[in-house]
Design a protein around this ligand. Structure first.
Ligand SMILES: Cc1cc2nc3c(=O)[nH]c(=O)nc-3n(C[C@H](O)[C@H](O)[C@H](O)COP(=O)(O)OP(=O)(O)OC[C@H]3O[C@@H](n4cnc5c(N)ncnc54)[C@H](O)[C@@H]3O)c2cc1C
Length: 276
C-alpha cells in the first residue's frame, strides 16, 4: 500500500523544525523504519511530516560523567561507539539484538524511544540506566524528563505533539556496577518475546523488561530483592508482572521467560558482582 497524501518539510535548523512541529497533525520523520511502514499501512496518517535528518542531533559525547546520545544517533552508530561501550556497556548488548543491519543503519535512538514499542530494547535500557530524556518545543523551550516518567504505556510517552526529543543523557557507568541485557526472540533480530535490562551495583539494582508488559517501567520489588542478593525473591517478584496476553504467547509464558532471563542475567553478572 501507499501512504495517504502528506506535506513534507526538511528543515535545516532546530528552530525551524520546532515551528513546523507546532502545527497540528504533524509527525517527526527520523529513520522512518517504523513510521513509513505505519503510514503505508495507513495505521498512521499525519497531514505533515517534518524530516529531522538535516538537524545536528546525531552526536555521541561523554563529559562530566554524563554520556549524551543525540536523538538522531543511528542504532549502528551507538552500537559501534567506543564511548558508549565505555560509559553505557548495556547499550551495545541490547542493540546487537535490535532488528538487522539495514534497519540499524537507519533507525534512531530518538525514534525508538518516541515510539515506545513495548517489545523494543532501548526503552528498557533507558530505565535500567536511569537516563534523562531532553525534549524541546517552540512554545515552552527545553525540558528534562526522567526515563521513569517518560514512558506512559503502550506506544505512549510524555512527549507532547509539538515536542521533539533531542537527546538522552545517561550517567556514565560507575565503578562496581555491572550490566546485562538478555532477550529471547523467535529469530535473531525479531522483536523480543521477552527481554530484560539489568544494572547491578553495590547494594542497588535497576531492572526493566521488554516484550512482557504493555508499558515500560522498572520492577521495584524485584530490584529490592536483587539489591539484597536474593535471586529467588526477585524471580518470585517478577511473577506479579502484568504481562501482555496473545494467542501465540500467553501472559504466563511471557512471565516465565522473563524469570528465566533474570536467573541467567544474575548468574552472568551477579556472581561476578559478589566476587568483586
Ligand atoms: C523489520 C523490522 C524489525 C525491527 N526490529 C526491531 C527490534 O527488534 N527492536 C526494536 O527496538 N526495534 C525494531 N525495529 C524498529 C526500529 O528499531 C526503528 O528504527 C525504531 O522503532 C524507530 O526508529 P526510527 O528512527 O526509524 O523512527 P521513525 O520510524 O522515523 O519514527 C518512529 C516514531 O517516533 C517519532 N519520532 C522519531 N524521532 C522523534 C524525535 N526525535 N522526537 C519526537 N518524535 C520522534 C515519529 O514521529 C514516529 O511516531 C524494527 C523495524 C523493522 C522494520
Amino acid at each position: 500500500m501507499k501512504p495517504a497524501r502528506f506535506d513534507y518539510a526538511r528543515p535545516a535548523t532546530l528552530a525551524e523544525a520546532l515551528a513546523l512541529l507546532a502545527k497540528p497533525d504533524t509527525a517527526v520523520l527520523a529513520g522512518g523504519q517504523s513510521l513509513m511502514p505505519m503510514m503505508n499501512l495507513r495505521v498512521a496518517r499525519p497531514a505533515r511530516l517534518v524530516d529531522i535528518n538535516r538537524l545536528p542531533l546525531g552526536e555521541i559525547a561523554l563529559g562530566n560523567g554524563v554520556l549524551r546520545i543525540g536523538a538522531l544517533a543511528r542504532h549502528a552508530a551507538v552500537l559501534a561507539s567506543p564511548l558508549v561501550a565505555q560509559a553505557a556497556p548495556l547499550l551495545p548488548q541490547a542493540l546487537a539484538q535490535v532488528a538487522h543491519a539495514a534497519i540499524r543503519n537507519r533507525g534512531t535512538l530518538g525514534g525508538s524511544l518516541s515510539l515506545a514499542d513495548p517489545a523494543a530494547e532501548l526503552p528498557a535500557c533507558m530505565l535500567a540506566l536511569d537516563a534523562t530524556l531532553v525534549a524541546a518545543s517552540a512554545a515552552r523551550g527545553e525540558r528534562r524528563i526522567a526515563a521513569s516518567a517518560f514512558f506512559h504505556g503502550l506506544y505512549s510517552t510524555a512527549l507532547e505533539p509539538d515536542e521533539l526529543l533531542l537527546r538522552a543523557e545517561l550517567p556514565a557507568a560507575a565503578p562496581g556496577w555491572r550490566y546485562a541485557f538478555l532477550e529471547l526472540a523467535r529469530r535473531h533480530g525479531d522483536f523480543a518475546m521477552a527481554g530484560l535490562a539489568l544494572a547491578l551495583g553495590p547494594g542497588a539494582a535497576r531492572l526493566a523488561l521488554c516484550g512482557v508488559e504493555a508499558g515500560q517501567r522498572r520492577q521495584p520489588a524485584a530490584e529490592a530483592a536483587l539489591a539484597a542478593g536474593d535471586l529467588p525473591a526477585a524471580i518470585a517478584a517478577l511473577g506479579t508482572a502484568e504481562a501482555m496476553d496473545s494467542p501465540d504467547l500467553p501472559a504466563a509464558q511471557r512471565v516465565h521467560l522473563a524469570q528465566v532471563l533474570l536467573r541467567r542475567a544474575f548468574q552472568q553478572i551477579g556472581a561476578a558482582h559478589a566476587a568483586a
